[in-house]
Design a binder for this molecule. Structure first.
Ligand SMILES: NC(=O)c1ccc[n+]([C@@H]2O[C@H](COP(=O)([O-])OP(=O)(O)OC[C@H]3O[C@@H](n4cnc5c(N)ncnc54)[C@H](OP(=O)(O)O)[C@@H]3O)[C@@H](O)[C@H]2O)c1
Length: 253
């Protein structure tokens, strides 16, 4: 049996998370949690690919990151559009040759509505973005991901809870958790870590879409969520934090 050497322990802990040179694609990186994840991954040494529908916004963000000395590229991507997804991951393959971290973060909510009044077009848009988008990005990223890579799916506490009026959002996130859990089992032989991220209320613009009256100051900061992800990704690659459940310490907001 190998002897435990306490002297090596503090040295390892003091180094802090380093993801030096890892290539990371983040969907929905233009603002909110996605943007915070982009910054946090870049600070940890990753080469970040910022994606989103607003080409100008992600271009400006990548420019700001490069001026701060980070390695960042902007690639337009609409997660609902298969051709756009395929083109974005082809570009990542051409530019970097591989993809170490996929962060499926893009998502939308919808105006609160009971099922009987929920607009079918809204239902389809939410499912296409939050669930089919998750599938499409994963589908086209995987061939570029080496053994030992990682996937983080930003779901929500709504993937395990239910709130009246949120049927489209809840269904998309429950579906996302089902997809995430299946994917984790499929990818174990390749040692690809699949992490379900389940945040509670976080102070971003998404709240304008369904509950604009909620007090943002009681919510978590997007940076808190981003730090939790980077800490999990920086763990030894033979371990996976399967679920990150993170909420404001006060619980309900
Ligand atoms: N904030 C919370 O309390 C909270 C809690 C739990 C989970 N979440 C989840 O966290 C994720 C990020 O949300 P957020 O709170 O940061 O909201 P946000 O500020 O509204 O950001 C959403 C991001 O998704 C992008 N996006 C939306 N539709 C897209 C599409 N079709 N293709 C590509 N990108 C798209 C948006 O970019 P463009 O519109 O510019 O394309 C934006 O960058 C979502 O999946 C959300 O469900 C949020």
């Amino acid at each position: 049996m190998r002897a435990f050497r306490p002297s090596s322990y503090p040295a390892i802990r003091l180094k802090g998370p380093t993801l030096q040179g890892k290539v990371a694609v983040i969907t929905g990186a233009s603002r909110g949690i996605g943007q915070a994840i982009g910054w946090e991954l870049a600070r940890a040494g990753a080469r970040v690919v910022l994606t989103g529908r607003d080409e100008q916004l992600i271009g400006e963000l990548a420019g700001r990151m490069r001026r701060d000395g980070f390695d960042a590229l902007a690639v337009p991507l609409d997660v609902r559009d298969e051709a756009s997804v395929r083109a974005a991951f082809d570009r990542v393959g051409q530019d970097y040759g591989r993809l170490d971290f996929l962060v499926n973060n893009a998502g939308i909510a919808h105006k609160l509505s009971p099922v009987q009044d929920l607009d079918p077009g809204t239902w389809r848009e939410v499912i296409e973005t939050n669930l089919s988008g998750l599938f499409l990005c994963t589908r086209y990223a995987l061939p570029r991901m080496p053994d030992g890579a990682s996937i983080v799916n930003n779901l929500s506490v709504a993937a395990q809870g239910m709130w009246p009026g949120h049927a489209g959002y809840n269904a998309s996130k429950w579906g996302g958790l089902g997809l995430t859990n299946t994917l984790r089992e499929e990818l174990r032989p390749r040692r690809i870590r699949v992490i379900a991220l389940l945040p509670g209320p976080t102070d971003t613009a998404i709240w304008e879409q369904f509950m604009p009256e909620r007090t943002r100051s009681k919510m978590m900061a997007p940076e808190t969520i981003a730090r939790a992800i980077v800490d999990c990704l920086a763990l030894p690659e033979n371990a996976v934090v399967e679920e990150i459940r993170i909420r404001p310490v006060t619980g309900a907001i």
